[in-house]
Design a protein around this ligand. Sequence first.
Ligand code: IPE
Ligand code: IPE
Ligand code: MG
Length: 263
Amino acid sequence: MADGDFLALGGPSVDGEAALRPVPRHVALIMDGNGRWAAKRGLPRFEGHRRGVEALRRAVRAAIEMEIEYLTVYSFSVENWSRPREEVQSLMGLLHRFIRNDLAELDANNVRVQVIGARDDLVAEVAALLREAEQMTEENTGLTLVVAFNYGARQEIAAAARAIAEAVVAGRLSPDEIDADTISARLHTADIPDPDLIIRTSGEQRLSNFLLWQAAYAEFSFLPINWPDFDEAAFRSAIDDYAHRDRRFGRVEPVTCNAKTGS
Ligand code: IPE
Ligand code: IPE
Ligand code: MG
């Protein structure tokens, strides 16, 4: 190899166009702090979850107004099954009611619902409801609302690794063809762009097994409020803050988010 040849190897492509938009194309929300919201008020945790659904409705409305293309919401993690039985049941009940009560309105607002997470171990009734939400809205062209339900990023990556191993064993794929795109294409998010901004409420600063692969170049916003208090003002302020970030993707020159000031 001649001197300097290694420079021609290039690197992963980056969606520079998306990074230039002042409004993120894809926002992901870790809706945390319902239990603490309720505890502070001497209310049962369930009441926090119920108020959390109201905050979710507000967030969807605001995302539509701000012309965000994809909104992903972390509604139930694979680890959340280890909560007390009654709490798991009440969360399932809320999901059920949210889809039953809100699906028609989401559809009327041209929202496309997509669900990510493992489907196999869900009770048939819940799985059918999720399928119904996706099928009813699949032609819609407005906001894509991605519901992460029974979701775990490590499990998602492990399933992709399994699918790749099966393809190799079957002779459909050679190990040297495997690159980052091979993995991305086998995740639940295969047809969804990576999140530009991940917002977590409750003051915790962790991902809790959410979108580990997809978050490689995401911006983060950790808010000190609990999820039921998340409103349009908090959402807009996180988006404003994002617009002033310099996204670099490993380069020297920032690929700025802020097309308004050009800074
Ligand atoms: C988020 O609120 C809702 C889910 C995880 C389903 P939490 O229930 O985690 O509330 P805290 O974190 O205990 O306050
Ligand atoms: C993350 O919150 C999962 C959801 C918001 C659905 P958790 O409350 O489950 O996360 P940890 O346990 O604080 O990390
Ligand atoms: Mg929590």
